[in-house]
Design a protein around this ligand. Structure first.
Ligand SMILES: C[S@@+](CC[C@H](N)C(=O)[O-])C[C@H]1O[C@@H](n2cnc3c(N)ncnc32)[C@H](O)[C@@H]1O
Length: 236
C-alpha cells in the first residue's frame, strides 16, 4: 500500500538530485486552476507544498500522507508556514472536515505515465482494486462541485541506475505483475546498500482510468500540451 518508510531518510536527497523538478510542477499547478483551498494527496516530505506555500500565502494548503516517517520530515520543513496543515491519513479512509477547490497528487497515490507516443495510463500506489475505488470516493467527497483534481504526469518507468549528488548510486528495477508492476528502489554507497524499498503498483488503461474517475464525477479536461505536468479533471 505505498509505504515509504524505508526510503524516507533518503527521499529528499534522491528527489532533489533531479528526479522531480519542483519549480516546474508548481508553475503548472498554479497555472491550471484558481484555488483558495488546496489538498495534496500523498504529500511525502512536503517538497511541493514548500514551493507552493512560499509562492502563495493567500491560500490554505492541506497535505496528508500514509507514511509517518515522510510526514515527520514534512512537519519539520513546513512548520514555518501558518497556512499549511498536515495530516497522517491513508487516502482509502480519508476524513478531513473540509472541502477543497483543488486536490492534486504528484507522484503521490495516483499519477499518469505519458511519453507522447504510447497511450497514457494511470498508475496507483494502491494495488487492491476496491481500495482504489474507496480512495477515489474519499477524495471526491472532499472536492467541491466544479473543483479540480490534478494528477501528475511522469515518463515511462524503466530499469536504470544513476549517481546522485553526493556520489551515492540510486537504482530501480521494474517487473510486470498481473495488474501492474513491482518497482524495487535501491540506494548504494559503493558496495554498501543504504536503502531498499519495494512497491506493487496497479495500472489502469486510459479508458479504465476515465471510467473509474468518472464514477465519482471527475470529468477529464483535454489539454493541448504534448507532455503536461498534470492531467486535469473537473468535478461535475
Ligand atoms: C513518490 S512519493 C511523492 C511525495 C510528494 N508528492 C513529492 O512529490 O515529493 C509518494 C507518497 O505517496 C504516499 N502514499 C502512498 N500511498 C498512500 C495512501 N494510500 N494514502 C496516502 N499517502 C500515500 C507515500 O507515503 C509517499 O509519501
Amino acid at each position: 500500500m505505498g509505504d515509504y518508510t524505508n526510503m524516507s531518510n533518503y527521499y529528499d536527497l534522491i528527489m532533489t538530485s533531479g528526479y522531480y523538478d519542483y519549480k516546474k510542477i508548481v508553475n503548472e499547478l498554479i497555472a491550471c486552476a484558481d484555488f483558495k483551498n488546496v489538498l495534496e494527496i500523498g504529500c511525502g516530505t512536503g517538497l511541493i507544498i514548500e514551493e507552493l506555500a512560499s509562492r502563495k500565502n493567500d491560500i490554505q494548503i492541506t497535505g496528508f500522507d500514509l507514511t509517518q516517517a515522510m510526514l515527520a520530515i514534512a512537519k519539520q520543513r513546513l512548520n514555518k508556514f501558518d497556512h499549511v496543515t498536515l495530516e497522517h491519513q491513508n487516502v482509502t479512509g480519508l476524513k478531513l472536515n473540509k472541502e477543497f477547490d483543488l486536490a492534486f497528487s504528484y507522484g503521490g497515490v495516483w499519477y499518469f505515465v505519458m511519453d507522447g507516443v504510447n497511450e497514457p495510463f494511470l498508475v496507483s500506489h494502491i494495488y487492491d482494486e476496491q481500495d482504489n475505488v474507496n480512495g477515489l470516493k474519499r477524495v471526491a467527497d472532499h472536492v467541491q462541485k466544479n473543483g479540480h483534481l490534478l494528477l501528475g504526469v511522469q515518463g515511462p518507468h524503466r530499469d536504470y541506475q544513476s549517481p546522485i549528488t553526493n556520489g551515492y548510486m540510486y537504482s530501480q528495477t521494474i517487473q510486470p505483475i498481473e495488474h501492474g508492476f513491482t518497482k524495487h528502489y535501491f540506494l548504494h554507497d559503493h558496495d554498501k546498500k543504504l536503502m531498499e524499498q519495494r512497491i506493487d503498483y496497479r495500472t489502469y488503461s486510459m479508458a479504465e482510468a476515465l471510467d473509474l474517475l468518472g464514477l465519482f464525477g471527475f470529468r477529464h479536461q483535454a489539454t493541448t500540451q504534448a507532455l503536461p505536468q498534470f492531467q486535469s479533471f473537473v468535478k461535475v
